[in-house]
Design a protein around this ligand. Structure first.
Ligand code: SF4
Length: 449
């Protein structure tokens, strides 16, 4: 960005937001070494207004924090952190503590690593992740947490055997993907249906026992365009575990069938069993789609084009579904999460890998940190009412409302809609998405007006 440009409508938090990955693991407790307001900054985007999410069992309001202040800037905050860890161990029933450091202790050079290492012999393991906000966003913080787990917690596999069919599932970032919990449960059902044993680290009943099994997996499954790619590569080095990189959480019949066949090839599963799962999934999807088809006629003018302003993971899943199964054409895809330069051409390639013909496959994929770029670029552009739909975050509501554009919130921050077991994954996730999409079309009336 040049000097006078600025970022608005951020879809990411600072690196401290990586603590939400810890909060998604049961009985794993973040301990914050940062200023008193830092946690609120992350919560305001990843928690409360992001699908009304809160952590279980350790809610944000009970997370220990050193409340780093002016005195600590002058004299250092290491002693305060040591006391905080001691009190946390006495007061909380946690299986693992992870210290997340914010900007101030890192700027003044607090030796947080040495404080944490002094607890090496304690009953509850204590890890340390460097997550100063100036280092990156919450996806960086998520990666730092996994680096800490690999460096400081996981043990060599030793004589323990690989468990046949056990597959570690990476790529879905809890809380940042607002549907993460139900998304992972649906994914687990899919994996089990073709004969695998999913090893999932986040959500109801998931945590350290699953992390402990990481070295024993037969392979790692990565379901994201770029997040966690360094992690599965690292685990291949650390344990020799191969990985399958499928870049999108499969949504709808086309992608889910393709994903299951790729998985079957990779893991040498039974093709007959997989085809039976696909037949059943497609039958369910098209049954419900046909029941809702009347909506197509009552809406009459249906959007042909769409804009996406979302995380790369959400944008890719949706784009593939909207193109391959609903026949829409991408107008422009905005990815406001600061995808690393080195991953960009590969990520863009994933968006081109759809069933679009060459004439319409040249849509722009924009890599940015600026969530407001879509609105700024759109300006006063004219378009026929009802011909365009937008998939973004709560930030995009006003932009769409002013222009009477059908809009569905699919990415962080989601707004005040609670999800329960709602997910956009697999065959049934396609039905969920279809019904949500047509609800917003119907809201705008028969001609999108
Ligand atoms: S950027 Fe630094 S000071 Fe700001 S919230 Fe994040 S850790 Fe705290």
């Amino acid at each position: 960005m040049s000097g006078c440009e600025m970022i608005e409508q951020s879809r990411t938090t600072c690196a401290l937001g990586g603590m939400y990955t810890a909060l998604a693991m049961e009985r794993v407790l973040p301990v914050l070494h940062c200023g008193p307001g830092c946690q609120a900054q992350a919560r305001s985007l990843l928690g409360t207004i992001n699908g009304a999410q809160s952590a279980v069992p350790f809610q944000e309001s009970v997370i220990p924090c050193s409340n780093f202040g002016e005195t600590d800037v002058i004299f250092g905050g290491a002693d305060r952190l040591r006391t905080l860890i001691e009190h946390t161990q006495a007061a909380y029933q946690a299986d693992l503590l992870i210290v997340f450091s914010g900007c101030t202790p890192e700027i003044i050079g607090d030796d947080t690593a040495s404080v944490v290492s002094s607890f090496a012999a304690s009953r509850t393991p204590v890890l340390f992740a460097e997550t100063a906000g100036f280092r990156g966003n919450n996806l960086y913080g998520h990666a730092q947490l996994w680096t800490a787990i690999c460096d400081q917690y996981l043990r060599p596999r030793g004589a323990e055997a690989v468990i046949p069919g056990l597959v570690n599932v990476f790529g879905i970032v809890p809380f940042y993907d607002p549907f993460w919990s139900a998304q992972l449960e649906e994914l687990a059902l899919l994996l089990r249906s073709v004969g695998l044993k999913p090893n999932i680290f986040y959500g109801r009943g998931k945590g350290l026992p699953e992390v402990d099994k990481i070295p024993r997996a037969e392979f790692n499954l990565l379901l994201s365009p770029w997040v966690d790619l360094p992690l599965v590569r690292r685990l291949r080095e650390q344990y020799g575990t191969p990985y399958l990189h499928y870049p999108a959480v499969p949504l709808g019949p086309t992608e889910t069938s393709r994903f299951l066949r790729a998985l079957t090839d990779f893991a040498a599963l039974s093709p007959a069993r997989t085809e039976a799962v696909i037949r059943e999934g497609e039958a369910q999807y098209y049954y419900y789609l046909n029941r809702n088809l009347q909506w197509l006629y009552t809406c009459r003018v249906l959007p042909k084009y769409f804009l996406v302003n979302a995380s790369a993971a959400a944008a890719l899943s949706l784009t593939r579904y909207l193109v391959n199964d609903l026949g829409l054409i991408p107008d422009k895809i905005y990815l406001p999460e600061n995808v690393p330069e080195k991953n960009r051409s590969q990520v863009e390639g994933y968006f081109r890998d759809t069933e679009l013909n060459k004439g319409v496959a040249g849509f722009p994929v924009i890599f940015t940190e600026d969530g407001g770029l879509m609105a700024a670029e759109f300006g006063d552009r004219l378009f026929d009412p009802g011909t365009l739909a937008v998939f973004g975050s709560f930030w995009d509501v006003l932009f769409c409302r002013e222009r009477r554009i059908p809009f569905l919130s699919v990415t962080t921050p989601q707004g005040n809609r609670a999800f329960g077991v709602r997910h956009y994954c697999g065959f049934s996730g396609g039905i969920n998405f279809f019904t949500d999409y047509f609800a917003v079309l119907a809201e705008l009336g028969p001609f999108g007006m």
